[in-house]
Design a binder for this molecule. Sequence first.
Ligand SMILES: NC(=O)c1ccc[n+]([C@@H]2O[C@H](COP(=O)([O-])OP(=O)(O)OC[C@H]3O[C@@H](n4cnc5c(N)ncnc54)[C@H](O)[C@@H]3O)[C@@H](O)[C@H]2O)c1
Ligand SMILES: [Zn+2]
Ligand SMILES: [Zn+2]
Length: 386
Amino acid sequence: MRALTYHSSHEVKVDTVPDPILQEQDDVILKVTATAICGSDLHMYRGKIPTMKSGDILGHEFMGEVVDAGPRVTDLKKGDRVVVPFVIACGSCFFCDRQLFSACETTNPDRGAIMNKKHLRPGAALFGFSHLYGGVPGGQAEYVRVPKANVGPIKIPTALADEQVLFLSDILPTGYQAVLNTRVARGGSLAIFGAGPVGQMAAASAKMLGIDNIFMVDHHQYRLDFACETYGVVPFNFDDGDAADFILQATDGRGVDGVIDAVGFEAKGSKLETVLTDLKLEGSSGKALRQCIAAVRRGGTVSVPGVYAGFIHGFLFGDVFEKGIGFKAGQTHVQQHMPELLKAIEEGRLQPNAIISHRLKLEQAAQGYRMFDKKEDNCRKIVMTP
Ligand SMILES: NC(=O)c1ccc[n+]([C@@H]2O[C@H](COP(=O)([O-])OP(=O)(O)OC[C@H]3O[C@@H](n4cnc5c(N)ncnc54)[C@H](O)[C@@H]3O)[C@@H](O)[C@H]2O)c1
Ligand SMILES: [Zn+2]
Ligand SMILES: [Zn+2]
């Protein structure tokens, strides 16, 4: 089959590789019908995740048709059309019992990105997400093996097109969970740092949940313009000044009820931190996180779907204490949110497909990665079909 494979930093290509086969009794094989490129793929594309190997198949946002199913697959059969969550969870461990699927302690044999040397159990394996997360081949391919098929994939009604539901695999539940984690109530105020796909899905979810007072920060004006037109956010371009100052001024010096960091460890804005992270003397750039801490009100919550790794030296924990704020972070418990979000799409309360700016063939995937990475041609989100 054809699949998008990683070779080295900024070098990915579509290669012919062996077809996947059933390995466990609860696996299915999916014929992929649509797949997307995520901001998390860019961390790997840019060579920032250390355990990628040449030939690894990328992709964790995908859907398709079941073409083969193991004998212990109870909920799916050949011909079913499903969206697959990027998190691989067993459904029956301590964490799965609590609906904390990305903490599933049985699917990832590796340690994840935890840096301390204590004997912590690993969290869940993720599709196409380096060997820190299980080295599981991803879905930017013609076919993909889906482990734990009784727990993850969700069946899609025939009336819904692929593009309407594809983002249930990751960015939609990620944006949604990010908003829930802020605990901002209907009528409250929210600031979203990062106007990429995750930030946009957070804005869509916040609107649906009755939060109308939304600030959004980025420096790609076309992304801010889209969020402004589609979700009515108050945009702020951080090339024009200090975003936290702007938000404080606009809220009478108080700050917003909740803030979302949909940027992560490659945040722009601190040249020193960018150099230090490149030299591996700093784990992550703390620029966006510092802005979030500054923009939230006392007693508010900072929710962090953006990916971080390792340490940040300039982390103002004293300000966190002084303001009495809370934090919530981590990979999304996708399975927990899929059913209600599918219902919201069916009822027309969410239209996540509005974000799509480019449709490519899988064969053009390398071009797609470059475009999404460099923000060429006002790229917001790319969907590919094999
Ligand atoms: N927690 C999860 O389960 C989960 C799921 C999907 C994606 N993610 C992560 O979420 C983050 C965003 O993903 P995406 O797909 O939207 O990626 P993206 O790279 O397209 O978007 C990030 C945006 O942040 C902006 N940005 C950079 N520095 C900034 C700063 N200092 N202040 C404000 N904005 C800044 C960029 O210009 C860009 O538009 C990534 O770190 C990704 O890995 C996490
Ligand atoms: Zn993702
Ligand atoms: Zn589990």
